[in-house]
Ligand binder design. Structure first.
Ligand SMILES: Cc1cc2nc3c(=O)[nH]c(=O)nc-3n(C[C@H](O)[C@H](O)[C@H](O)COP(=O)(O)OP(=O)(O)OC[C@H]3O[C@@H](n4cnc5c(N)ncnc54)[C@H](O)[C@@H]3O)c2cc1C
Length: 508
């Protein structure tokens, strides 16, 4: 239990960022109340169970597990004891429209053998690519991703070095300098999509994921990603925090120019010394801050940002298995560049299709009834600002996905094997998760929307308000939001200590 005299901190939203910030703040001695609008915690990492099938609805890959270890260590506990992770090999199977395939992350030798089959010159390119990625990783990720970049000066100081490392070029351009084969250029440049980035305009600093994956592996939590949410919830509750689900925050209370608590949908007010918003950044400013305190400059900036693409997800319970599916399988589009352009900047449904398939039953058969398969298929699609009528488009896209799975991935008789089906569309991102424009990953990660240019972890406009999660620095994805939680909780502690010191010095 926390000290009853401890200052209260309210966390709005129980996504990974909100949960991690709550854990860190509760460990630091604050009395944390986490308030989640939906019936269960997890945010994008929610779970659907039906007829013996278990589906992770959003994230599926765990990279950089050291960040989870670090979070557990902050609570004096061992992540490995609470949540064992299984490393996957290969990381994923990539299928190309010409019938070729690449089992990526099968091990250094197996990767090189496959690369040589695509283009022997690219084996050396793979080596130089990893070496260049390692240099970026060592500086941009290991050293800088944990910095808050609250002032232009703090960012300006690191710009020359980032430029020297190639941050001004896109991930695709960076990758193309090392590989000749167009398929390998796609294999080693598509990773920004995992965090809502466009490989043709995300800075090369986002190109480090293949290096990170090779260094730390790609992992799975048996039972699915939701077991990570449950483990974080247990940790938080064991530490003595209060968790309230099914209670949307309607407004952030502002008193004497400071965020001073929250008002829930049922009218209850929870006073707090600090408010940490894990809710969507744009929605927080546009709806949760009272109208009289909404800063016009920030609203204008939020309106100018580019937002990430969205996703269309199909969750399929199948009464048979398909051994050709790996745990993670990716169907690459026929025209990579054009397809990426269509999902970020196009209007209407893209002509082409890229699919990511998650088949957790390959690693954990208990996620479906015996002899059955739990499969999710994700198609990246434009966000809601791109004029697609999802009432109609959903059925069209569903039919195209099933056709592609049958014909291009070779899942014979898929349609007749479906016994459970559910979908999650950009409209659900907007309504269920309150995400601006139904973006799947909030603000798009580009160089000019990163670090100092991204919404800060400490609100610039409202003292006492802090932001955590995908829309703030350093960005989306489990590693990004865990880092944001670490930065945000540090800022809350520094500020509350300073407020306390001021109150104490005026009292004596
Ligand atoms: C389909 C998909 C696949 C992904 N795959 C991966 C992957 O494999 N690996 C990876 O690392 N990342 C992946 N990501 C990215 C990753 O899931 C997200 O970046 C991360 O989970 C976002 O966490 P967050 O802390 O920003 O909170 P969110 O998950 O966005 O949660 C925010 C929470 O706030 C709540 N909330 C909002 N408004 C209110 C309110 N007014 N009152 C109370 N509560 C409120 C919401 O209900 C929600 O629970 C994926 C994302 C998607 C969409």
């Amino acid at each position: 239990m926390s000290d009853p005299r401890a200052a209260r901190v309210v966390v709005i939203g129980g996504g990974f960022g909100g949960l991690a910030a709550a854990i860190r703040l509760q460990c630091a001695g604050y009395a944390v109340t986490l308030v989640e609008a939906r019936a269960r915690l997890g945010g994008r990492a929610s779970q659907h169970r039906e007829a013996g099938f278990t589906f992770d609805m959003g994230p599926t890959l765990i990279t950089a597990p050291e960040l989870l270890d670090d979070l557990w260590a902050a609570a004096g506990r061992s992540r490995a004891a609470d949540l064992p992770l299984v490393p996957l090999r290969p990381f994923y199977r990539l299928l190309f429209p010409d019938g070729s395939r690449f089992d990526y992350g099968a091990g250094p030798e197996a990767d090189e053998e496959q690369i040589a089959r695509f283009d022997p010159r690219d084996v050396a390119g793979y080596g130089s690519f990893l070496a260049a990625s390692e240099r970026i990783y060592a500086r941009a990720f290991a050293d800088l991703a944990g910095e808050p970049f609250l002032t232009p000066g703090a960012f300006a100081r690191v710009v020359p070095e980032l430029l020297r490392l190639g941050a001004a070029q896109s991930v695709y351009r960076f990758t193309s300098r090392h590989f000749h084969d167009p398929r390998l250029r796609a294999v080693f440049s598509f990773h920004p999509l995992f965090i809502g980035g466009n490989p043709f305009r995300a800075s090369a600093i986002y190109g480090i994921v293949p290096y990170l994956e090779r260094q730390q592996g790609v992992h799975f939590a048996m039972g699915g990603m939701y077991t990570l949410v449950e483990a974080m919830e247990r940790l938080l509750c064991d530490l003595g925090a209060e968790v309230r689900c099914g209670t949307p925050v309607e407004e952030i209370i502002v008193k004497d120019g400071r965020a001073a608590g929250v008002r829930l949908a049922d009218g209850e007010i929870i006073p707090a010394a600090a408010v940490v918003a894990n809710s969507d950044v744009a929605t927080t400013y546009r709806e949760l801050i009272p109208a009289a305190h909404r800063p016009p400059r920030t609203l204008a900036r939020l309106a100018r940002y580019r937002y990430s693409m969205s996703c269309f997800l199909l969750y399929l319970g199948l009464n048979r298995t398909y051994p050709q599916l790996h745990h993670h399988t990716v169907l690459m589009p026929a025209r990579y560049r054009e397809h990426i352009h269509a999902i970020f900047d196009g209007h209407g449904l893209p002509d082409d299709l890229a699919l990511y398939m998650h088949t957790p039953t390959r690693t954990d058969p208990t996620m479906a009834p015996p002899g059955c398969e739990s499969l999710y298929a994700l198609a990246p699609v434009p966000h809601l600002g791109r004029g697609i009528d999802w009432n109609h488009a959903g059925d069209v896209l569903r039919a195209r996905i099933i056709q592609a799975l049958e014909e291009q991935v070779g899942l014979d008789d898929l349609e007749s094997s479906i016994v459970v089906e559910r979908r999650f569309t950009p409209v659900d991102f907007a309504t269920d998760l309150r995400s601006h424009l139904g973006a799947a990953f909030s603000i798009e990660p580009t160089l000019l929307q990163s670090a100092y240019f991204r919404p800060h972890n400490r609100s610039r406009d409202l003292p006492g308000l802090y932001l955590v999660g995908a829309g703030t620095h350093p960005g989306a994805g489990l590693p990004g939001v865990l880092l944001s939680a670490k930065i945000t909780s540090r800022l809350v502690q520094e500020d509350l200590r300073a407020v306390r010191a001021r109150v104490y010095s005026t009292a004596v």
